[in-house]
Design a protein around this ligand. Sequence first.
Ligand code: GLN
Length: 195
Amino acid sequence: MKIGVLALQGAFAEHRKMLKKLGIQSFEIRKKSDLSNAVDNNDIDGLIIPGGESTVIGKLLYDLDLFDDIKKLILEGLPVFGTCAGLILLAREIENDSRTYLGAMDIKVRRNAYGRQLGSFFTESEFKGIGVIPMTFIRAPYISSVGKNVEVLSEVDGNVVAARENNILVTSYHPELNDDLKVHKFFVEMCKLNK
Ligand code: GLN
C-alpha cells in the first residue's frame, strides 16, 4: 500500500506524517515522472491533494504537465483525498471564480467562504460514521451544493464541509494539522478496499 501526495505547494508534508503514523508508505509527486513511474510500477493506491492555494497548485499542474495524468487516474477510480485547496481543485464548479480545475466531483464550492484574512478558525464536529473530530479551517471553502451521488460527511453551521463521491473524498478543513488520525484512516480504508 502506497499513497502519492501531490507536493507542489502547501501542506503536503503534514499529510505524509499522518500516513506514517498509520504505518502507510507515501511518496511525493513533484514532477510528471514521479507519478508516471509509480503508475508504471503499479505502486500507487491513492492520491492526496493538499491544502495550499488552489490557483497556484492548479497552475503548476498545467505547467508541469501533470494535469491530464492526474485527471485520468481519478476518472479511472483511483481513491483521492482533497483538503481545502485540494477540494477546490476537485470541484465541478467554483461559485465565486470562473476557473475550474480537475472538475471530477459533482460539487459546487465557494472559495474563501469564511473571508480571506480572518477566516481561520477551529471547531469540533461530527464526521459521519467516525464521530466528533477536530477541524481546523484556514481561509477555507465550503461546499454550497452537492450532486445526487455525493454523500455529505460533515456540516458546520449548516454548511457542508466534508463529502464523498465514489472514489473522491474532500474536506474543507485540514485533518493533517491536528493529531486525530480518523479521517486519514477513513481514506486509507477507501484505498484498501479499492486495491
Ligand atoms: N483559500 C485557498 C484557496 O482558495 C485555500 C486555503 C487552504 O487550502 N487552506 O485555494
